[in-house]
Design a protein around this ligand. Structure first.
Ligand code: PEP
Length: 251
C-alpha cells in the first residue's frame, strides 16, 4: 500500500550554512525520535551536495525544488535532473504553483521535466492545485484534471514511481488551509482519475500529499482523511519544531 510522506519545501530560503544547520538539527531530532512516515527535505540546488551526506538516508530523503526540461547543453543557469541526481538527491518537486505562475511552466514543459527526473531515478513530487478564482467558480476538479495531463502520458510503471501533491494555491503561504473535507473531496477525486486511467491498484499505491499552510495544529486532522497521505510543507519546514510537529501527526 501507499506510503505516508511529509516533505518540506524550503523554497528560496536559507543560505548554505543555515541550510546545513537546519538539516543537521532535523537529522538529530529524527534520529532521536524516529518518524512513522517517510520524510523528505527539498532544498535549493546549492544545498543538495552538502545536505545529502549529513542526513541519515534511512530517515530523511533529500530532493530538489525543480530541474531543467532539457538533458544538458547551452542552457545558462539551468540545473539538469542528472546533476540533481549526482548530488545524492532522490526527489524533485515539479509543477509547484510558484514555478507555474512566475516561470511560465506549462503542462508540456512539466511533462518533459517529469520524464527527465524519472530517467535519472529521481522521484517527482508533482504538484497540482487551483487558484482562488477557480475554487470560487467551483472549477477545482477541472483544473487538477487538466494539470494531470503532464503525468498521464506516463506508463503505469512510471506513474507508479511518482508522488502527487495537491496544493490549493489560495492556501499556500496564506495561513488559509483547506478544510479536512475539502482536502478529502479533491484527493478522492484525484484518486478516481488515477483509477480511470491506470486502474485501482496503481491508484491505491499512489501517495497524494496535501500542501497549503499545513502546521502542527492542523496536520493531524488533514492527514486523518483516507485519501490524504501526508503533506508538502513550505513555511513550517523551516523550523525543526514545526516540521517535526507535522511529522508527529502520524504518531
Ligand atoms: C508550498 O509552497 O509547497 C507550501 C505548502 O507552502 P506553505 O506550507 O508555506 O503554505
Amino acid at each position: 500500500m501507499r506510503k505516508n510522506i511529509v516533505a518540506g519545501n524550503w523554497k528560496m530560503n536559507k543560505n548554505l550554512q543555515e541550510g546545513i544547520a537546519l538539516a543537521k538539527e532535523l537529522n538529530e531530532a529524527l534520529t532521536a525520535d524516529k518518524p512513522n512516515c517517510d520524510v523528505v527535505i527539498c532544498t535549493p540546488f546549492i544545498h543538495l551536495a552538502s545536505v545529502t551526506p549529513i542526513v541519515d538516508e534511512a530517515i530523511i530523503g533529500v530532493g530538489a525544488e525543480n530541474c531543467a526540461d532539457k538533458v544538458s547543453g547551452a542552457y545558462t543557469g539551468e540545473v539538469s535532473a542528472e546533476m540533481v541526481a549526482s548530488t545524492g538527491a532522490k526527489y524533485v518537486i515539479l509543477g509547484h504553483s510558484e514555478r507555474r505562475s512566475y516561470y511560465g511552466e506549462t503542462v508540456e514543459i512539466l511533462e518533459e521535466k517529469v520524464k527527465l527526473a524519472l530517467a535519472n531515478n529521481l522521484t517527482p513530487i508533482f504538484c497540482i492545485g487551483e487558484v482562488l478564482e477557480e475554487r470560487q467558480a467551483e472549477k477545482q476538479n477541472e483544473v487538477v484534471a487538466a494539470q494531470l495531463a503532464s503525468v498521464f502520458t506516463l506508463s503505469a510503471e512510471d506513474f507508479g514511481k511518482i508522488i502527487l501533491a495537491y496544493e490549493p494555491v489560495w492556501a499556500i503561504g496564506t495561513g488559509l488551509t483547506a478544510t479536512p473535507e475539502q482536502a478529502q473531496d479533491i484527493h478522492a477525486y484525484i484518486r478516481s482519475l488515477i483509477v480511470e486511467k491506470y486502474g485501482q491498484e496503481v491508484a491505491d499505491n499512489c501517495s497524494i500529499l496535501y500542501g497549503g499552510s499545513c502546521k502542527p495544529s492542523n496536520a493531524k486532522e488533514l492527514f486523518a482523511n483516507p485519501d490524504v497521505d501526508g503533506g508538502l510543507i513550505g513555511g513550517a519546514a523551516l523550523k525543526v519544531s514545526d516540521f517535526k510537529g507535522i511529522i508527529d501527526a502520524f504518531k
